[in-house]
Write a protein that binds this ligand. Structure first.
Ligand SMILES: Cc1ncc(COP(=O)(O)O)c(C=O)c1O
Length: 397
């Protein structure tokens, strides 16, 4: 079931692209005065995307995966941006995956032809929005529960659409996913009786492995996770449900899980920006995302930047100053980042400095837009998909 087959008369995304374009224009106008400025001269805190580095990261991932059996379906929850998704698809990605239905709708309306919501969608209005969108774009959603599947089936019948589904399997993370092969088969049998839904395979996200700093242990854990997924795939196949799609992996395991011949696609996303957390796990990628801050307070050896945790993600690992990576922050308050420095630090009151996020996915969502930089100058403003349905006419259907 492809986009064109669903509605042959529908010019892909015409009206929707207008809505998304209007939203983008609004953001570009609001931040456009930054275009042409040096990356160190922006109003702070400012989110900066180094496009040269992003292109290198995309190229590196494309080249690495071209030597492995799995294809790439980048997770866009980290970037929340359609221009970047387009660059990834143009470089060979088979489509994208998203965390939320709203991200999926924006991606689909922006012309990304194959979108997987790599999570369960719950709540009647979100399910209805998903079902309506499936009239126009090719969407797939993860399910792990018969009631949720029934609700989605009822919504697509109401909307006059169809959806593909993947059964999510818990491969050790203990979040979403059926817990056993038996449960997977029972759910597959249930799905087969539900109109409007077509089972295409499984998703098994080994998120618990991403947190493992020791590479040997990570390989061991990721392999065990995929072995379990393999037993579920075998049971499904024996029960008459062959898995055409096996979707797994993240930045921390892309080269381990991507090398498993049963896995058809890898869901890595953060590789595009890298951050202190992911950068410590996998080599070969560079830091493309920074937050520009200003020194607003200085007392003795303490400098305080105007970029606290309302401006930068601190999950898992703390942010560092790009030019002074050897200082560990003392504290990230809401609006303030505190560093105790010494004679190696040349920063004075009023100076700007770039911070590398601890965690990029919880940095991006704090901003409206990226300052897109090439050769250290802002060349464009790219909007970030806001949370929820309240933009770009999404709920208008
Ligand atoms: C379902 C799913 N797939 C893949 C990923 C991998 O993302 P990343 O490459 O950013 O670690 C995540 C991260 O949270 C996820 O939840």
């Amino acid at each position: 079931m492809r986009h064109e087959e669903l509605d042959p008369g529908h010019e892909p995304g015409r009206r929707e692209i207008v809505m998304i374009t209007e939203w983008h224009e609004h953001i570009r106008k609001a931040y456009g005065s930054a275009i042409g400025r040096s990356r160190r001269e922006l109003i702070t805190p400012a989110l900066i995307m180094d496009l040269d580095v992003v292109r290198r990261n995309i190229k590196f991932m494309t080249e690495r995966l071209s030597t492995l059996p799995a294809r790439l379906r980048p997770h866009v929850k980290c970037q929340k941006n359609t221009e970047l998704a387009r660059l990834q698809v143009d470089a060979g990605a088979i489509g994208v995956c998203t965390a939320t239905v709203w991200e999926a709708i924006v991606m689909s309306r922006a012309g990304i032809k194959d979108v997987l919501i790599a999570n369960q969608v719950g709540g009647c209005e979100k399910i209805a929005a998903l079902a309506r969108e499936a009239k126009h774009g090719y969407l797939t959603v993860a399910v792990d529960n018969p009631k949720n599947a029934r609700d989605i089936s009822a919504a697509v019948q109401e909307a006059g659409s169809k959806l593909d589904v993947l059964i999510e399997v818990d491969v050790g993370m203990g979040r979403g996913g059926v817990r056993s092969a038996k449960e997977a088969v029972t759910l597959a049998q249930h799905l087969a009786r539900l109109p409007g839904l077509r089972l295409r395979g499984v998703q098994g996200y080994e998120g618990h492995c991403m947190l493992e700093p020791d590479q040997a242990v990570r390989i061991q854990k990721a392999t065990a996770a995929m072995d379990f997924l393999g037993t579920v795939i075998n049971s499904l196949s024996a029960a008459g449900f062959p898995c055409e799609v096996v979707s797994s992996g993240g930045t921390g395991t892309y080269d381990i899980t991507g090398n498993n011949p049963r896995v058809t696609e890898i869901q890595a996303g953060s590789y595009v920006f890298m951050d202190n957390f992911h950068g410590s796990l996998v080599p070969g990628f560079s830091k493309a995302l920074t937050v520009l801050g200003t020194v607003v307070i200085q007392h003795g050896n303490t400098i305080v930047l105007d970029s606290g945790r309302k401006s930068i993600g601190i999950d898992f690992v703390l942010p560092t100053m790009a030019d002074y990576p050897f200082y560990q922050a003392r504290y990230f308050a809401e609006e303030h980042a505190l560093f105790d420095v010494d004679e190696r630090c040349g920063l004075k009151l009023g100076d700007t400095v770039e911070l590398v996020p601890g965690y990029a996915p919880t940095t991006v969502n704090l901003y409206d837009a990226y300052h897109v930089v090439e050769k250290d100058v802002v060349v464009d403003i790219w909007p970030i998909i806001p949370r929820g349905p309240g933009h770009g006419g999404i709920l208008a259907g």
